[in-house]
Design a binder for this molecule. Structure first.
Ligand code: SF4
Ligand code: SF4
Ligand code: SF4
Length: 614
């Protein structure tokens, strides 16, 4: 294969027991990558190479913002390479070393939520890391934590390698069951994540020993020192989260990364701590003098769409493919509704594929824009084709980002949907005939949002997406900058008065939840919630300009969950609970249709029953 011809090594950037890592230029895509070369003594072990290759493939299937991308794998002679996304920032080990005990809570929690998001994705894809530790978490200059080394972690568990008595992996970050050589599952990674969290908060490891044996003894048999003894500033609630992650009994630990993440996000939300990539980015700028703008020139051909030559001159108009999947086409019309503004964008890009063009195969493009979600097998195939054809993939609209209205199909089995559509529906002229697979693509078991199927680089939510957001995203991309997304909830941009904190009497707050129809006249100034009308603004991402509440209609949540909100309905029920007297919230009808109208496929319970369900 033309492996080495495609990669020009520029400098060595790391070396470990199993591999050396080089910075390189990928000629075909003119971008910077990292090339990891497996040590010769391992490359000559066919069992290792075969296992490594298999695991590299499994890890390459993991497409998530918080997992380091595997770009390629290959070999020439005895040399085996794995090509990875290049990260222009420090490892988490270096970040911990830079701060000691002084890493701030916002920074620690920003990193931890991203690490757990990456783990959540890998576990949901059936891949356990097995060697999660700070050196395996890289931080980009734009403040994104990426878990690395899935392949090597699994390959290192080969019996023939461990039989030498050498301890593979890093005992300080192992779970007790892993250290004891017992069977492990995803909860082992959660223990490792708990150790990392403990270390970030205290500057110390929870289990230490003068020898590996004494360390493992402590790991298996002794409790960790209470976190608050090492750092009294750590809130109790957060210390309890760490304690649960470090339970030696796996049945008492968090069951999965989602539950762990949920606990952290709830803590962040309750404590009112501001987290996110910006917090990490600011820390890198101060502690490491790394700033995104100076790194971007080096990365100009990768995440920011191949717009510049190495000298910075404009090389060509970025090419774009637009693929509509399951949706109402409202997002497509919305693009055209940009009118002359779209023409301006259109002048700066070259659209190579839309469904209106008579082009069957999606050509290679710089930017893929996908609207709608995945609801049938054809959607899925086309989406994979687009992902493989483009460098940057943008999900446009709520159907694409979160599943949207089509996602409500997940409340029913495929059979029930087909029966309702073709047999029972009074408005369908089908004479009860269900189309054959060659006439209509088969429905997938459930509807999925784009990021649940392929790696997605950017989300522009909204039903349809706000024009300003679309334009600013394109303008950023075209000028070679990483687009910024809003970081608050709709309440932050809603002009309605919400007075509870100012007025302790609260006599203006409705005593029960009412439907819009029940309220004689909606006050155009007062917050909907205070009037007893359900509004999802506090749990929904801002960016739409609170266009509904301005039109005297409550927010239905079309922009998807606000940052740090895992389940919008939980947040909204909390808000009602703290605002109104007990018993004020009595659900009479469609709770799911309100709380999960736009986000069911990305919620913690994304579907009710599967194809073979009752
Ligand atoms: S997000 Fe809304 S406007 Fe866009 S395709 Fe889906 S339903 Fe239609
Ligand atoms: S809950 Fe709704 S009405 Fe109240 S401030 Fe938030 S967005 Fe506005
Ligand atoms: S107010 Fe809510 S429902 Fe309305 S556009 Fe904004 S996010 Fe969507």
């Amino acid at each position: 294969m033309s492996f080495a011809k495609n990669y020009v090594i520029t400098e060595q950037i790391g070396a470990g027991a199993m591999a050396t890592v080089h910075k390189a230029v990928q000629r075909s895509l003119e971008r910077i990558v990292a090339v990891k070369q497996i040590m010769p003594h391992l490359a000559s072990n066919p069992q290792f190479v075969e296992r490594f290759q298999r695991e590299a493939k499994a890890a390459a299937g993991l497409r998530h913002e918080n997992i380091l991308d595997i770009i390629d794998f290959g070999g020439e002679g005895d040399a085996y390479y794995i090509v990875l996304e290049y990260v222009d920032g420090p490892s988490l080990r270096e970040v911990i070393a830079s701060g000691g005990k002084k890493l701030s809570l916002p920074l620690v929690l920003s990193i931890m939520t991203q690490v757990l998001s990456g783990l959540e994705h890998s576990h949901n894809s059936g891949v356990i890391h097995r060697d999660l530790k700070p050196t395996n978490v890289m931080i980009t200059s734009s403040g994104v934590a990426k878990i690395a080394d899935f392949g090597i972690a699994h390959a290192s568990a080969l019996p023939s390698l461990t039989a030498t008595g050498e301890i593979m992996g890093t005992p300080s970050y192992m779970s007790p069951e892993q250290a004891a050589g017992r069977k492990i599952d995803q909860r082992s990674d959660l223990f490792s994540a708990g150790i990392i969290l403990y270390e970030m908060l205290s500057g110390a490891l929870p289990f230490q020993g003068t020898t590996v044996i004494s360390l493992i003894q402590r790991l298996i048999h002794e409790p960790h020192p209470p976190l608050r003894k090492l750092n009294a500033d750590i809130p109790d609630a957060l210390a309890r989260i760490v304690d649960r992650a470090l339970e030696k009994d796996v049945t008492r630990r968090y069951y999965d990364a989602t539950e762990f993440l949920y606990a952290i996000e709830n803590f962040i939300s309750d404590a009112g701590i501001k987290t996110g990539s910006r917090v990490i980015k600011e820390y890198l700028a101060t502690a490491f003098e790394i700033d995104e703008a100076s790194s971007r020139e080096k990365l100009s051909t990768s995440q920011v769409a191949l717009m510049k030559t190495p000298t910075g001159a404009t090389k060509k108009r970025p090419t774009v493919a637009i693929l509509p999947l399951q949706g109402c086409f409202g997002c497509h019309v919305n693009l055209l509704d940009l009118h002359e503004k779209f023409e301006k964008v259109n002048r700066d890009i070259e659209i190579r594929f839309t469904y209106l063009m008579d082009v069957k195969k999606i050509p290679k493009v710089d930017i893929g824009l996908v609207e709608g979600c995945v609801a049938n097998v054809e959607n899925e195939e086309r989406l994979h084709e687009l992902r493989e054809s483009c460098d940057v993939l943008i999900a446009l609209g709520t159907c694409a980002c979160h599943g949207g209205i089509p996602g409500l199909r997940n409340l029913h089995s495929v059979d029930a949907v087909v029966d309702r559509s073709y047999v029972q529906s009074e408005s369908t002229i089908s004479n009860g005939v269900i189309p054959l697979p060659e006439h209509a693509p088969a429905l997938t078991d459930h509807v999925r949002a784009i990021p649940s199927v392929v790696k997605t680089d950017l989300l522009i939510p909204g039903c349809p997406s706000p024009h300003d957001m679309i334009l600013s995203t394109f303008e950023s991309l075209l000028s070679g900058n990483a687009p910024e997304m809003p970081t608050h909830a709709v309440c932050a941009e809603c002009l309605r008065q919400h007075r509870t904190l100012l007025d302790p009497k609260r006599d203006f707050i409705a005593s029960r939840v009412r439907s819009l129809m029940e309220v004689e006249a909606i006050d155009p100034i007062q917050c909907f919630l205070e009037q007893g009308v359900l509004c999802l603004g506090m749990a929904t991402r801002e960016g739409c300009g609170a266009r509904c509440t301005k039109s005297n209609f409550p927010c239905q949540g079309c922009m998807g969950p606000a940052p740090n909100v895992r389940e919008a309905p939980a947040k909204w029920i909390n808000a009602i609970g703290s605002l109104m007297p007990s018993g004020a919230l009595r659900f009479r009808d469609d709770v799911v249709g309100f709380g999960y109208r736009f986000t069911l496929p990305v919620s913690m319970m994304p579907k009710k029953i599967d194809r073979k369900g009752p």
